[in-house]
Design a protein around this ligand. Structure first.
Ligand SMILES: NC(=O)c1ccc[n+]([C@@H]2O[C@H](COP(=O)([O-])OP(=O)(O)OC[C@H]3O[C@@H](n4cnc5c(N)ncnc54)[C@H](OP(=O)(O)O)[C@@H]3O)[C@@H](O)[C@H]2O)c1
Length: 302
């Protein structure tokens, strides 16, 4: 934790296509912790000093570059800034490309909006863009109570799927409340003993979850495995069984953020922010994610 320290730096300059955002809230993701520990995005960012972690922001535009067409000063915006790359979200002011942001719905708080950036974008890009969930698909969401999972359950349900989520017993009611038809307590049952004929698995765990998930997929079914470093051979293992296996990396995308903004505005998707930290408590926020037990999302307010 000694490499996660506060410092004073000048307010960033913006280029012609960027806006300066006065950050009201930012969210923390497991990749932040991996990067702090020298994994995740660390190799890509090692030449930056200081390296400013984080990608998810919600705030108010205080300055616009001269080519910016989408936003104006005073607009409330949110999004995942510059991923993969140097997002610099753990800051009071962030320079963000306009194409990475969307307007924050007025009925959604900055905390809820910041939460619905990287994790929500991951779920949406996988379920809507990459796999295209169809009505009636039987979907298994691992870690359904976590950041990605709690959005993935809501989005899969919205897209018409029959949703099964794995989580501990403590989070059963939560997972069902998000729209899952079935909850599997992964500590009490092996999911492969109780489900079958799955069209699609969203795997946020990796490792042996890949092999075990392949047992419950229908022939021709798909598994997408998202933790980097724990997804080896998912493609090959799936192909050997006549299934589709993919890894995935989320990308900054303002068009997708606008779609998420609409889902939030209409109450179709809600952010569950289980804990809010002050900026000075950033190390505690990292420790919280490190437990692997985060319910929904955690957010830092500036
Ligand atoms: N490739 C990409 O673009 C991408 C994007 C986003 C995230 N990711 C990766 O995906 C992973 C998940 O991210 P996240 O933000 O969702 O993490 P997270 O919010 O920290 O996940 C925490 C959740 O995991 C659940 N969990 C832990 N072990 C479990 C198990 N064995 N079975 C079922 N649930 C379990 C916990 O539920 P209980 O408390 O009920 O146990 C908790 O709610 C991370 O490795 C992250 O780096 C990759």
């Amino acid at each position: 934790m000694e490499n996660l320290v506060g410092t004073e730096i000048p307010v960033p300059d913006i280029s012609d296509n960027e806006v300066l955002v006065r950050v009201k809230a930012f969210s923390i993701n497991p990749v932040d912790i991996k990067t702090r520990l020298g994994r995740g995005q660390a190799s890509r960012l090692k030449e930056y000093n200081p390296m400013i972690p984080g990608w998810d922001i919600s705030g108010i535009i205080s300055k616009t570059g001269k080519s910016v067409a989408t936003f104006k000063n005073g607009d409330e915006v949110f999004g995942m800034v510059n991923f993969p790359g140097h997002g610099k979200a753990y800051a009071d002011f962030v320079a963000a490309h306009e194409s990475h942001l969307a307007l924050k719905p007025a009925n959604v708080s900055h905390e809820e909006a910041a939460a619905a950036s990287l994790a929500a974008l991951t779920a949406w890009q996988i379920l809507k863009e990459k796999f295209s969930i169809k009505p009636g698909d039987k979907v298994l969401i691992h870690a359904a109570a976590g950041g990605v999972g709690h959005y993935a359950v809501q989005m899969s349900k919205y897209l018409g799927a029959y949703v099964i989520g794995t989580a501990s017993a403590l989070n059963k009611e939560f997972v069902i409340s998000l729209g899952a038809s079935e909850h599997i307590d992964y500590e009490a049952q092996r999911f492969e003993d109780v489900v079958k004929d799955i069209d699609f698995v969203l795997d946020s765990i990796g490792g042996d979850y890949i092999d075990r998930s392949l047992k419950v997929l229908k022939p021709g079914g798909t598994i997408i495995c998202i933790p980097s470093g724990a997804n080896e051979f998912v493609k090959e293992k799936a192909a050997a069984k006549g299934m589709r296996g993919e890894t995935f990396r989320v990308l900054s995308d303002g068009r997708n953020m606008k779609e998420i903004s609409d889902l939030l505005r209409d109450g179709i998707v809600k952010s569950y922010v289980s804990k809010t930290f002050a900026f000075e408590e950033i190390q505690s926020a990292h420790r919280h994610i490190e437990t692997g037990k985060t319910k929904g999302k955690i957010v830092v307010v500036t």
